[in-house]
Design a binder for this molecule. Structure first.
Ligand code: PA5
Length: 462
């Protein structure tokens, strides 16, 4: 079980034409990292994600609910958005067999399908509800704040549909709320109506919550080895106990991306797993990196890298052209899965046709691995910054390790950029305008600000 980082292709020695991070820059950052490390780990009481992997009480809450409902439901419908949805989606895609929701109950080992409504698009919601047999559906309402507009709208619609399908009283047996232990509308409803809840600790924010019941409860329902998931994360947290940059993998990832942005203009940061099951991990990372780091610093400077998801080898026929020859403003971090080399033997047929003949005898695992290494080399040959995170296998342990690596790296990067990685003030104004337009009480000043905005100018409307 290993997770390793090769960042040779980020460094000046490996890249042509004077490109790359210098030893001096990295050395100077090592001293800075010591302070960052001390500051982040000193906040362990506030940064609940640091200790989630060892929280047995919390784990037991999810396991108890999963056990209590086992066999009663064919489908789990998760309502949530942002950090309350992206983690569960990433876990399902990575750790359930492909096409999970299309498998039979027997093929799923009696475990339920998982559907995630992470938007308020009416077409998606009505199509999902039309397909589900609600009498056999468990609904997880996931919201840290317990009041997010999209999730509350989903809840109201789904609760109504449940009531119609099974009756108002029985509907409660189909609901589990995953929310803050004390505050929020969901918590109030749960108290008033006796709805089962599991806690998102108050010191764990949305995009850092995947290893809380936000991710662990759906994972347990799907039969994912949640203990292995947490063990992978715990392993990373322990090994990130050192403030020595050379021994701290999440710290090294954070420092490299920050240096690449600050000193080399590489402000677009691509995460490119060479594995279909990790596609949604890249989307989860995008939210983590973007919402945590794209901020106004206290001195008024706007900072933050722009994360971009890609997947190999698919994007070799799409975005890689841009990565190779477009602006020199990107880093690419590959995720390679080294343990699959022997999988998917390619038959030796058409040996006399040059375009096919050379493939026979190789494997798909080998092909995808070689393509990853070839792309990394090609980018390096053109002075394009890239690094490779390698794992042995796509399993619960390695997923936990990867997710905790990125969560820690985000916390460190927040300090490096001089921003608070754990808030999101930039999303507030749009929310307030939406509340004002929906007539929510208390949004009068947002309404006034909205009304003062310029209206569409006919000269600029076609
Ligand atoms: O990372 C965050 O804090 C946000 O993206 C939240 O996850 C998102 O806004 C949903 O919030 P909540 O879980 O409170 O419904």
């Amino acid at each position: 079980m290993t997770l390793s980082l090769d960042f040779t292709n980020m460094m000046a020695g490996a890249l042509p034409h004077g490109a790359g991070i210098t030893e001096e820059q990295l050395g100077a950052s090592a001293a800075r990292f010591r302070d960052v490390h001390t500051a982040v780990h000193a906040r362990v009481a506030d940064l609940g994600f640091l200790t989630l992997a060892n929280n047995e009480v919390l784990l037991q809450q999810s396991l108890a609910v999963a056990e209590a409902v086992q066999g009663r439901f064919d489908d789990v419908l998760l309502l949530g958005i942002g950090g309350s949805a992206l983690g569960p989606i990433a876990l399902r895609t990575a750790l359930c067999p492909p096409q999970w929701n299309a498998l039979t109950a027997e093929q799923r080992g009696g475990r339920p399908r998982l559907h995630v409504l992470d938007n308020v698009d009416p077409a998606t919601i009505s199509a999902t509800l039309a397909r589900l047999h609600l009498a056999r559906t468990l609904v997880l309402v996931v919201s840290k704040s317990g009041g997010t507009v999209e999730t509350m709208a989903q809840y109201l619609i789904v609760r109504e549909a449940l009531a119609q399908a099974v009756g108002d009283g029985a509907a409660k047996q189909h609901l589990v709320f995953v929310t803050d232990p004390e505050v929020g509308a969901l918590r109030r409803i749960a108290r008033a109506e006796g709805i089962t809840t599991v806690d998102i600790p108050s010191n764990v924010g949305g995009r850092f919550s995947v290893l809380s019941p936000v991710g662990i409860l759906p994972a347990a329902l799907l039969g994912i080895d949640v203990r292995a998931l947490l063990a992978g994360a715990a392993h990373v947290t322990v090994s990130a106990g050192t403030s020595d940059l050379a021994g701290n993998l999440p710290g090294t990832f954070a420092v490299l991306q920050w240096l690449a942005d600050r000193d080399h203009g590489r402000r677009v940061q691509v995460l490119m797993p060479y594995a279909d099951p990790l596609r949604d991990l890249a989307l989860w990372f995008v939210q983590l990196w973007a919402e945590s780091l794209g901020k106004l610093r206290p001195d008024g400077q706007a900072v933050g890298p722009t994360p971009l998801p890609a997947v190999g080898a698919t994007d070799q026929h799409s975005q890689v052209q841009l990565f190779m020859e477009g602006p020199l403003d990107k880093t690419v971090t590959f995720i390679a899965v080294r343990g699959r080399i022997s999988e998917g033997r390619i038959p030796a047929r058409h040996g006399d046709i040059p375009e096919l003949g050379y493939l026979g005898g190789h494997t798909l695992g080998e092909l995808i691995d070689i393509e990853q290494r070839a792309t990394a080399g090609a980018l390096a040959a053109r002075g394009r910054f890239n690094a490779t995170l390698a794992i042995d296998a796509i399993d619960a342990w390695h997923l936990g390790a990867l997710m905790q690596t990125f969560a820690l790296a985000t916390a460190y990067a927040g300090d490096l950029y001089g921003v608070n990685a754990f808030d999101q003030p930039g999303v507030e104004l749009g929310k307030q305008f939406a509340y004002a337009l929906l007539g929510r009480a208390g949004s009068e000043s947002a309404r006034a600000e909205w009304d003062a905005l310029p209206r569409p100018d006919p000269r600029y409307c076609l």
